[in-house]
Design a protein around this ligand. Sequence first.
Ligand code: NAD
Length: 314
Amino acid sequence: MRFLITGGAGFIGVSLANHLVAQGHTVRVLDDLSAGYAERLHTDIHFTRGHVEDKPKIWRLLNKIDCVYHLAARVSVPESVLYPREYNQTNVSGTVAVMEAMRDAGVKRVVLASSGAIYGVQSVEKVHEGLLPNPASPYAVSKLAAENYVHTIGKLWDIETVSLRIFNAYGPGQSIPPIHAPVIPAFVQQILGHGSILIHGNGQQSRDFIYVDDVVRALALAATAKGINREIINIGTGSGTNMKQLIGAIEVTTHQRAQIIKNPTIQPGVINLVADTQQAENLLNFTPQIALADGLAMLVERDPQFQPNTNIRK
Ligand code: NAD
């Protein structure tokens, strides 16, 4: 098959693109490199630097494409609180531009990388796709709007659509920006470097951490699965891990003790966000394979950022 991956030079995008090309598919990537690294892509992948709102560029890239993976987005929840207009621009207008270009080019299938953040605070232990979304940040609002645009434009123009609500992905290649870094690579970096870890709130907040290879498998299945048009599917493990448990697991993996600082006055965000995974099992025949302990071990072993004697700190 021939794929276009927007945001394909990012953390999940690189793994997806390299996986698809290894399977013998043709892969094009569009990425503005605001947070991506084109040099991590296999040399058989056709890379174009550009913005998702650049429709003429997307038209050219869509020539003879069977399926688009739309991953390009700004992805930080706290940053979106500071810059909601920019999140709206990239995540919402960018998605509309991709859908318009697909309509014009006659491409018939899109897989959207959506987010579990859309659920916000809910009264159930595990969130399922039938719940009313309750987004708690501009990032979550933007992903919900993207889902709705993909769904509605897809329906109007007969484009097959599926939205995967990915929970907390982790794995090699995830950037560690100096502020608002994702929790797993940030904690691993601090523990390996004998720095301290700041826990927000009481540390009881739990998340559903899923290894990037499992996410890639789900994305790959979504390109060809039958009967999933217009569906929304959670991609998580179904298991919650709170911050104390996470730190304990990283201590075991790294053989280091964490130095913990608690700040109960910082709001930890949504307290529990754990996926109900039934729909993924039913519609994609997908169950995650990689347990947290194994995923953490692979992360520490494979990510150049965590190798001794390396200066790479991204
Ligand atoms: P990432 O930041 O590593 O990747 C996003 C990529 O999009 C980057 O390479 C960036 O350069 C690119 N990009 C940003 N704005 C762009 C624009 N205007 N035009 C073209 N490219 C642009 O993030 P990621 O973790 O790989 O996330 C990929 C997708 O998965 C995103 O849509 C994100 O919302 C979604 N998602 C990720 C997670 C997670 O835990 N990583 C969870 C839920 C959903």
